[in-house]
Design a protein around this ligand. Structure first.
Ligand SMILES: [Ca+2]
Ligand SMILES: [Ca+2]
Length: 229
């Protein structure tokens, strides 16, 4: 097996492919990446990404915006991200995700804690939702008056009065598809880049140091096998 490649059982791989838009190589790369993040905390690799690990992986301070991003991935809302949740989230964010998936996903960024798999036609974005997002540290230079102005203007653009409905949001994005493009991550390109780097590192290490990689892979296989029901 190549350097750093984690063997995913065939049956599991089949499921992963069914749940996502990724091919096998991409899933293996994401799996390796996931375990790198999920083992950031001192307690070793517990097979889940907690909020602290998530924050570190995307270089973001804890706060309302991070909470929203985290909640988008944490589909069942139990406070941790499993590989399955990670895979599904990445699958929507990547260039292969379909429009409806991305729409719901992006809508969730505004609707704070609500889970994206439970977004329905009746869901709305309130002015308060938007205000919370705009008050996030990154935009801290905005004063209250300006924030209120932005909110009023945004609601006007959406043709909304007190709340933006999912339908209004959909209609608006239909006319401004660039809104969705902005949240698309070209995972394929990143994976290709990472693989190239890994291959270079493997070549450099070829003379020795293979032992530790083999151990890690074996342990991950064991963890994964245990997870299967
Ligand atoms: Ca962890
Ligand atoms: Ca979860």
């Amino acid at each position: 097996m190549g350097q750093g490649a984690v063997k995913i059982p065939k049956k599991q791989m089949k499921q992963y492919k069914k749940w996502s838009h990724f091919d096998e190589d991409e899933i293996v790369a994401l799996h390796t990446h996931f375990h790198k993040i999920s083992s950031t905390n001192e307690d070793g690799d517990d097979n889940v990404i907690d909020k602290g690990e998530f924050a570190e992986s995307i270089h973001m301070d804890e706060g309302p915006f991070l909470d929203r991003m985290f909640n988008i991935f944490d589909d069942d809302g139990d406070g941790t991200i499993t590989f399955e949740e990670f895979l599904c989230g990445m699958s929507i964010l990547c260039t292969k995700g379909n429009k409806e998936e991305k729409l719901k996903f992006s809508f969730t960024v505004y609707t704070a804690g609500r889970l994206h798999n439970s977004i329905s036609e009746e869901d709305v974005i309130t002015k308060d939702d938007l205000k919370q997002l705009l008050k996030y540290k990154k935009f801290a230079t905005l004063d209250d008056e300006l924030i209120d102005d932005i909110i009023e203007k945004t609601f006007e653009d959406f043709g909304a009065k007190d709340v933006i409905t999912y339908q209004q949001y959909k209609d608006y994005v239909e006319k401004h598809p660039e809104l969705l493009d902005n949240m698309t991550v070209n995972i394929q390109a990143r994976i290709a880049h990472r693989k190239k780097r890994a291959a270079a590192e493997a070549a450099a290490k070829a003379a020795g140091g293979e032992q530790s990689t083999a151990d890690t892979s074996a342990e991950k296989d064991k963890n994964l096998a245990e997870k299967q029901k």
